[in-house]
Design a protein around this ligand. Structure first.
Ligand SMILES: Cc1cc2nc3c(=O)[nH]c(=O)nc-3n(C[C@H](O)[C@H](O)[C@H](O)COP(=O)(O)OP(=O)(O)OC[C@H]3O[C@@H](n4cnc5c(N)ncnc54)[C@H](O)[C@@H]3O)c2cc1C
Length: 385
């Protein structure tokens, strides 16, 4: 990844080289906007380089755009994302099947179909599944991609259009004048800007507070494990037993999924995986795929998700400073990223997102929030790791 040598100003400065920031940068650069993406680490340093790769968010107002874009992303970017369409969700009992049924009805309202699978059909499509599964749903939508390749693809594609990336550069503050941000202050100097996109994952709260914008969130550690390669299943995207993930093109099972651990935002970078969570995920994976229970775990990692009070993203332009957009995607930002970047780019170039109603992502929904909202809803106070 070639960085620019010395920072200079840009029309739009984006803080955070994750899927949100880079997708936004790519959409802007391909429209001819002068854009610079800054990250304290490397491209994909945060959750964007550590997630499950799922792209099936039918409860989001950006769902239709997410589904429209993913099948085209390799061609649009010019680099592979390893996007694989469709998903299967496995149920262990009738109650789970009924719950999944509600979810597929929500997708059906938006024009996306699914098929109920009985246990025999499920076992044909997912050979690793065992006798415990009673059935499942085949989603004729959604899918998964390789997060590492995707974030790199965004970065390269943005550079191809003249956008710039500045890695290993920490944003420490902002210079303001007349109710606007006129420069971003970094450990490599001051970078002038007309507009700022704050897409710094769990650090969004702290950075937004520096310009008096409150973004309520609590960071939590979530983990993934990877098994040795196994024979390829007909479909790589299979969820169930509270787990999400995918079978990679090499055959590894890469899975994660609760429980999460609340942590300090300061502890975020390079936070290690923990044995109790790994054991929990491994145990549930063996139950989901009994025919893979013998597989060795060859890798694991942790990432940090920022959790808003309602678990939904924030994409909003606060009144002051009027030239900053805040984007915090909570636990669903990878799959939505093609659509998120498109939406934010339109907010900048057109004044608003023309293809989706983003009002449910506004910060105003948190007005009147109790100061101790996190403990009130039973979330643990952050603890240092
Ligand atoms: C284990 C796990 C599994 C997940 N599975 C899925 C999934 O299957 N599907 C899905 O859609 N989502 C999933 N997610 C959530 C998804 O990864 C995130 O929502 C998404 O990556 C957020 O992207 P982002 O660009 O907004 O933030 P991030 O990827 O967190 O990027 C923020 C960037 O900001 C940088 N930064 C922070 N502070 C500063 C600073 N002061 N100066 C400069 N740079 C700074 C960080 O280094 C980081 O690179 C998962 C997350 C985890 C952890």
């Amino acid at each position: 990844m070639s960085d620019i040598d010395s920072p200079k100003g840009a029309s739009v400065v984006i803080i955070g080289a994750g899927a949100t920031g880079l997708s936004t940068g790519w959409w802007l650069a391909r429209s001819g906007v002068d854009v610079l993406v800054i990250d304290q680490g490397l491209v994909g340093w945060g959750a964007s380089g550590r997630n499950g790769g799922g792209c099936s968010h039918h409860f989001s107002p950006l769902f239709v755009e997410e589904q429209r874009l993913w099948p085209q992303m390799d061609a649009l970017l010019g680099y592979p994302t390893e996007f694989q369409p469709k998903r299967i969700r496995i149920a262990f009992d009738e109650r789970q099947l009924e719950l999944y049924g509600r979810a597929v009805r929500n997708a059906a309202h938006q024009g996306f179909g699914s098929t109920l699978l009985d246990a025999k059909q499920l076992r044909e499509m997912v050979p690793l599944v065992g006798e415990e599964a009673v059935g499942g749903y085949f989603y004729d939508f959604g899918g998964h991609a390789n997060p590492h390749r995707t974030v790199q693809a965004y970065a390269w594609a943005m550079q191809d259009h003249g956008g710039r990336v500045l890695q290993e550069t920490r944003v420490a503050g902002f210079r303001r004048a007349g109710g606007r941000i006129i420069a971003v202050l970094t450990d490599r100097g001051e970078i002038g800007c007309d507009q700022v996109v704050l897409a710094a994952g769990p650090a969004t709260q702290r950075l937004a507070a520096m310009v008096d914008v409150s973004v309520p969130m609590v960071p939590a550690r979530a983990e993934m494990l990877v098994t040795e390669p196994l024979p390829l299943m007909p479909l790589g995207g299979v969820d169930g037993n509270g787990l999400y993930g995918r079978q990679t093109l090499r055959g590894n099972l890469a899975y994660g999924g609760g429980p999460h651990e609340w942590i300090d935002e300061d502890a975020v970078a390079g936070t290690p995986a923990s044995t109790p969570l790994m054991c929990n995920i491994a145990g549930r994976l063996a139950r989901l795929f009994p025919h893979a229970a013998h597989a060795k775990i060859i890798r694991s990692w942790a990432g940090v998700i920022e959790n808003t009070p309602d678990g939904r993203p924030v994409i909003d332009r606060p009144e002051t400073p009027g030239n900053m957009i805040v984007a915090s995607l909570s636990s669903i930002g990878f799959g939505l990223s093609p659509a998120t970047g498109h939406a934010i780019a339109e907010m900048i170039t057109q004044g608003h997102c023309r293809f989706a109603d983003l009002s449910s992502f506004s910060l105003s929904r948190f007005r009147g929030l109790e100061p101790d909202w996190a403990s009130l809803q039973g979330w643990r106070e952050p603890v240092s790791v």
